[in-house]
Design a protein around this ligand. Structure first.
Ligand code: RM4
Ligand code: MN
Length: 388
C-alpha cells in the first residue's frame, strides 16, 4: 500500500487554479439570477477567489478573462491579488462576443476580421506582462451551422495561420494552451472539436503550445482518461478545465456529476507523475454557479478534485501491476475500486490542520461571515459578469 506520508507529500504540492468568472453572475440563455454580494469588478472577483484559497489552501491562482476582467491598471490588480494572498494565473481571450465574429474569428473568411481576432491576443499578452501571467488560453467558438456554409479545409488553413500569429506574440517564457469543444455555439461543425485537432495545431506551432482538456467538452460516454493518457504521452497536456456535465457543456461543479470519472482522470495523472507543478499541467476549474452560492460552489469543486486526487494517490500500484501482469481482471479492478471506496476526508482534514487550516473548509468559510459582509457592503454599482 502507498504510504500515507507519500500521499500527503503529493497532496501538499497540488494546486488548483480558479476562474474569475465563477464569482460573477452567470446563467442560462433563459435567465441570469443575481446573488447578493456578487463582485462588482475584477478586484472583488479576485478577493472572492482568495477566500477559496484561504480555506482550502490549494487554490493560489486566479485565471482572468479579457474583456470581462478589463481594468485600467493591471499592475494594481496583480498587487491586489498578492495583498489577498493569491496570484494571477492564465489569461483567457474572448473570440465569441463581437458582432464581427458571426462567421468566425481566427478562421473568418475576411482577413480583416482575422487580424482583429489576432490583435485581441496582443492585448491579452499585454495583460500577461502586467500581471506576471505566463499562460495564454484560447478557446475557439468558430464553426458552421450548415453543410456547405464555408469551406472546412480553408478554415483549418486560416486557423493555422492565425494561430501562428498569436503564438508569435508570446514572450519566450510564455506559453499558449488551446482548448477544444465538440459543439456549441456552432452545431454542424466546430473548427477545433477534439483533442486531435488541437494537438495537430499545437504541434505545428511549437513546444510552447499545449492542449487544454475541458471535461465538459466531449460527447457522452467519451473515455476522457484515455485522452489524458495520450496527451501526457505526447507531453502536450497543458491544462484542465474541470467541471461536470450531465448533457452538454453544463459547467457544473467538478466531481458533482461523476466523481468516479474524476478519480479515473486523476489516477492517470498520478500514474504519469503529472501532479507535480513542474509537469506543466495547470489544473484549473472552468465553471459557473447559476443557482448555488459561488464561493461555496468553488470550495466544493476544489475539495472534490482534492478528494479524487487523494484516492488516486492511494491506489496500490504495485498490487495493480501484479494483478495486471497475472491477467487477474477482478483483482486489478479491485485495487482501483478499493482506493476509490476509501473515505479520504479524515486524511484531508489532517493535511489542512498541519498547515493551520480548519479541517472543514466549507464550514469555516460559512462561519466566517464573509458572505454576509459582502452582501451588505457591495450595494449598488454595476455587477460584473458575462458581457461586462
Ligand atoms: C467555453 C470554454 C472556455 C470558456 C468559455 C466561456 O465553453 O469552456 O474555456 O472560457 O466557454
Ligand atoms: Mn473551458
Amino acid at each position: 500500500m502507498t504510504s500515507q506520508e507519500a500521499v500527503l507529500t503529493a497532496l501538499r504540492r497540488q494546486t488548483i487554479e480558479l476562474p474569475s468568472w465563477a464569482f460573477g453572475n452567470s446563467g442560462t440563455r433563459f435567465k441570469v439570477f443575481g446573488t447578493p454580494g456578487t463582485p462588482r469588478d475584477p478586484f472583488e472577483k479576485v478577493s472572492d477567489a482568495a477566500q477559496v484559497h484561504r480555506y482550502t489552501g490549494i487554490a493560489p491562482r486566479v485565471s482572468l478573462h479579457v474583456p470581462w476582467d478589463r481594468v485600467d491598471d493591471y499592475g494594481e490588480l496583480a498587487a491586489h491579488a498578492a495583498d489577498v494572498g493569491v496570484s494571477i494565473g492564465m489569461v483567457n481571450s474572448n473570440l465569441f462576443q463581437d458582432d464581427e465574429y458571426k462567421f468566425g474569428s481566427l478562421t473568418h473568411p475576411d482577413p480583416a476580421v482575422r487580424a482583429r481576432a489576432v490583435a485581441h491576443h496582443a492585448e491579452c499578452v499585454d495583460v500577461m506582462r502586467a500581471t506576471g501571467s505566463k499562460e495564454l488560453k484560447l478557446w475557439l467558438p468558430d464553426g458552421t451551422n450548415y453543410p456547405g456554409q464555408d469551406d472546412l479545409r480553408d478554415r483549418q488553413d486560416r486557423l493555422a495561420e492565425s494561430l501562428q500569429q498569436v503564438y508569435a506574440l508570446l514572450d519566450e517564457d510564455m506559453r499558449m494552451v488551446l482548448e477544444y469543444k465538440f459543439f456549441e455555439p456552432a452545431f454542424y461543425h466546430t473548427d477545433i472539436p477534439d483533442w486531435g485537432t488541437s494537438l495537430l495545431h499545437c504541434m505545428a506551432l511549437g513546444d510552447r503550445a499545449n492542449v487544454v482538456l475541458d471535461t465538459g467538452h466531449h460527447a457522452p460516454g467519451t473515455n476522457i482518461e484515455f485522452i489524458v493518457v495520450q496527451l501526457l504521452r505526447a507531453g502536450r497536456l497543458g491544462a484542465f478545465d474541470f467541471n461536470s456535465r450531465f448533457y452538454a457543456d453544463d459547467d457544473l461543479m467538478a466531481g458533482a456529476a461523476d466523481p468516479f470519472q474524476l478519480f479515473r482522470i486523476m489516477y492517470e495523472i498520478v500514474r504519469s507523475d503529472a501532479l507535480r507543478p513542474e509537469s506543466g499541467v495547470n489544473f484549473m476549474l472552468d465553471q459557473c454557479h447559476n443557482v448555488e452560492e459561488k464561493i461555496p460552489g468553488q470550495i466544493r469543486s476544489v475539495t472534490n478534485v482534492q478528494q479524487a486526487t487523494a484516492k488516486a494517490l492511494l491506489v496500490d500500484r504495485d498490487a495493480l501491476r501484479e494483478a495486471q501482469r497475472a491477467g487477474n481482471v477482478l483483482a486489478a479492478n479491485d485495487v482501483l475500486m478499493d482506493a476509490y471506496a476509501t473515505d479520504v476526508r479524515p486524511l484531508l482534514a489532517q493535511l489542512r490542520e498541519e498547515t493551520g487550516l480548519a479541517p472543514d473548509p466549507m464550514a469555516a468559510y460559512l462561519a466566517s461571515g464573509y458572505a454576509e459582509r459582502t452582501a451588505a457592503d457591495r450595494v449598488g454599482g454595476r455587477q460584473a459578469g458575462w458581457g461586462a
